[in-house]
Design a protein around this ligand. Sequence first.
Ligand code: KG4
Ligand code: ZN
Length: 358
Amino acid sequence: MTTTTMSYFDTARERLAALQERGKATVLSIETSCDETAAALVKNGRQVLSNAVYTQIPIHRRFGGVVPELASRNHVDQVGPVVESALTDAGLTLEDVDAIAVTGGPGLVGALLVGVSYAKGLAFATGKPLVNTHHILGHIAANYLTFSDLVPPFTCLVASGGHSHIIEVSDYDRCLLLGRTRDDAAGEAYDKVARVLELPYPGGPELEKLAQGGDPHAIRFHSAFNEGEGFDMSFSGLKTAVINHLSNARQRGETVDRADVAASFQYAVNTILSDKAVRAAQQNGHGVLALAGGVSANKNLRQMLAEKAARRGIRFCCPDFKYCTDNGAMIGSAAFYLLMKGHIADLSFNAVPYLPIA
Ligand code: KG4
Ligand code: ZN
């Protein structure tokens, strides 16, 4: 570490100590892990002052998925204006910010690096503490923004484009991994099946719309792996089952009801996720199950979890729709608690594409 960066870290540590003593902080958070350039101002982990999101979805749609190189370039163009918007929307300036937070991983490495470099620059220029925040801790924290009384410990089902985890959130900075997908993430399976059904990117929400007009019991998409008592899951078999169903029908010259396929696939995925998550919550005994990640926007999944949890006397929490998919506010909330526990970064950390949660 150079003398200059040492002196940055000394200043940041002094400021951290003052913030910890006060127990209060306004955090400027930056999120660029995938295809949303996002920044937010969050006060004391729970109060969102602004939440600016620039979505790249229209840019990637014609390619049917996220093109990493394009994502990085667009983050470079947008990160400055999005941070400016977040400050303006909150009616604040950099002077009013107590700490800077950024998603350090997991995600697309080139995309992450844009946010990480920008946040490092801001922190160095202002001497403010910098919080390297795990993307999944952010998704979990979306629940803190929605339920002001929610505190760890609780069980959380994280289902996004890159992750399907069942986690025990023991504390704001401590997670125990109870189960995970062995292959595709739930959101990834939604996206791949949506593509087979010729729906535009991102497929999850489109598939949900198509499923509304279909019968969830029309076709039984089954995956033997998920019948076990463990909390690990598998979704690639379901995806293959859909592909086989469609190609068999084509070979027989039969027409397929796409809405029935979508509804039956959605039912199969959501049944696995909800059965396992509710059983984990029951075993953990904390009495609370939360849902997080982009797939938490799926209304059928929310409803299944709510019903199954209620039957077992478990409280069910899921984020407000605006905090389900990637955003800066969730990172600002998670970062506040990391900050209060003294987790600040020096300027030597790097973006990590595969970063374990536990
Ligand atoms: O958390 P997120 O915004 O990005 C990652 O961290 O991956 O999640 C995006 C994923 C995509 O796979 C998208 O298709 C899925 O979440 N998704 C949905 C819905 N909304 C987003 N999947 C099913 N139903 C939805 N309504
Ligand atoms: Zn995400």
